[in-house]
Design a protein around this ligand. Sequence first.
Ligand code: NAI
Length: 731
Amino acid sequence: MSVPLTFDGRVVLVTGAGGGLGREYALAFGQRGAAVIVNDLGGDIKGGGRSSAAADKVVEEIRAKGGKAVANYDSVEDGEKLIQTALDAFGRIDIVVNNAGILRDRSFARTSDMDWDLIHRVHLRGSFLVTRAAWNHMKNQKFGRIIMTSSAAGIYGNFGQANYSAAKLGLLGLSNTLAIEGQKYNIHCNTVAPTAGSRLTETVMPPDLVESLKAEYVAPLVLWLCHEACQENGGLFEVGAGWIGKLRWERSIGRTVRQKNKSMTPEAVRDSWNEICDFTDATKPANIQESLQTLVEVLSKVDAGRGIGANPTGAAATNPSAAVGQMLPEMTFTYTHMNCILYALGVGMSTKDPDHLQFLYEGHQEFSCLPTFGVIAAQSAMTGLGSIPGLDIDFTRLLHGEQYLELFKPLPISGTLTSRATVADVLDKGSGMIVLLDVHTYSGGELVCYNQFSVFIVGAGGFGGKRMSQKAVVTAPPPDRPADAVIVEETSRDQAALYRLSGDWNPLHIDPSFAAMGGFKSPILHGLCSFGFAARHVLKQYAGNDVSRFKSIKVRFVKPVYPGQSLQTEMWKEANRIHIQCKVKETGAVVLSGAYIDLHAAADASVSAGPPQTDGLQSDLVFAEIGRRIRDLGEELVKKVNAVLAWEIMKDGKRVRQWTMDLKTGRGALLRDADGGRADVTFTVADEDFMDVVMGKLNPQKAFFAGKLKVKGNIMLSQKLEAVLKDYAKL
Ligand code: NAI
């Protein structure tokens, strides 16, 4: 188990801590090292009477267990006094749990002014006053954790609780704004909607439920949200019985019912009602900017005469079926060792580090090109997106969402590379559209690398497309343990200025006024620059800078990095996969997530070179031989076979290897674990059966009819295998 969460040195105020949930929170904080102010007015559940007994008793309980606590008997309406008690007793205030509460349930018609006001005074105004009194102390110390206590009655409504529901949901609104205002001071505010047996619920719940829904099943969530390690801010959680769930807003795609130069009518609303209320592919706006953005887009689309009667993003121009499969014009990229060196400097390499010379000095005996340079030859494909039929892309709204790069051999240190880009898929994410662009890059007809660019066009969703694609190379979360290795490295003030010389000329990375238009305080670093940093950190840590060990990398770009900030690459090794998370060290913000690099355990077993890597698979040896044959006789084989053949090798019922034999393009290639989706025929066979057939122990027809050998696609092509396999021709 990981390190226990403690609160040593922290001062916590829990309001209404004389009983119920508040008492449980106070005891739990006390037990984990915090100094606790146990506040309770000691009144009845309707807000009448007062007594010091309740708070005193909890203070005694905490002290009896060796904890630190003082009592406060003021009403939360005297917010300043509660905070003063904390300052007098312990000199600071770090955490405020607004928990005090009463009930005055009435059906709405019978709700008196007093019923309304008292509830609002204790719950909403009380939380406001206590929190305001603590706010500047938290701001000055750049740390604060605040909890607001809402209720399912507020979230969903409940008969007889109009006053209480209104106040409880008011607390969520308060919390939402405090989360925004507090963020830059490391003050986080979250809201809980608990369910637990207490004197407040014993009137509405059966006794056995009151008994079973223990307050101790709620407290751990409150403690975690209040811990310094917890980065959650502005969240809303339902919690009870040991279960915790997070809530968020959902919004239908909606419908624009206004037409240019015409008045908007209730009839138009009526006629579009089903679409307005249709939650299929609903969006989940997370902030007011995302919410307003839709309206701004509607204004520009409708008033420009587009988008009439359309979804709010006006994405009517999007036609995925026209776009998918479209090929962009072929691109060529010629480079020398200078480009490799410039790129290496762009991703932060320096002569300060002696082992960087291998990438910075063309005279070095192992001079190599960094594997992530593979994106450079392919990146101009993104600009070609502007001319794809079925896609109407607004480039000012384009974000580079994710990147996958796979190398099939180490990149040459100079030469001419040819890239062919295809629109692999178009996805509708509601709030935006994702275009998956597959780019295959060849050197002299031989496939060198494959990139998948995943670009997100903000506001271009809602065209009724699918949300997911099998063609997308997906991210993978890191294991749930501290990182196995961490490398921290400062980027230079001129990192973006240097990186852009490798070919990404977007002014966002150099021009302050352009960056300001995009909402950034100054020009930001290229996402692919951080990507390059992270990749070489892994290459150094786990592959001794041996570029032939690099197989592939996948990252999701999450947040911007400013030149001059430090990048912290956290790495987890899981067999040949190195999971990565990259953060800005100064802020802790995650900038690359779900990322990983796959390394070859030994030198690549594909056509490229080196000893085959078997991982215990006998068929790997056969394919290593096939790879050699293709390398020697590739052109001839392409002429004879003119097809792409794929093998799925199974072990214990799972697919463990994919071999794709491209005998259709260039001089042919054998690819290991590449996407075999474009194969004309695919054979699926267990490793042992494959060997039996190859060794002549198992007749292929028999294997086929016994279900040991499955064939998908053009079965007739198997006849052409003889050309490739010769001695192994039986398969
Ligand atoms: P409880 O009645 O056991 O605890 C509330 C405490 O607040 C009492 O000890 C009371 O003396 C104190 N209090 C009331 N007015 C005060 C004031 N003006 N100043 C200082 N202290 C005051 O009730 P419970 O269930 O522990 O409730 C805690 C919070 O959780 C409340 O805000 C309640 O609305 C909320 N809640 C509880 C649910 C439950 O299932 N128990 C459901 C949803 C919300």
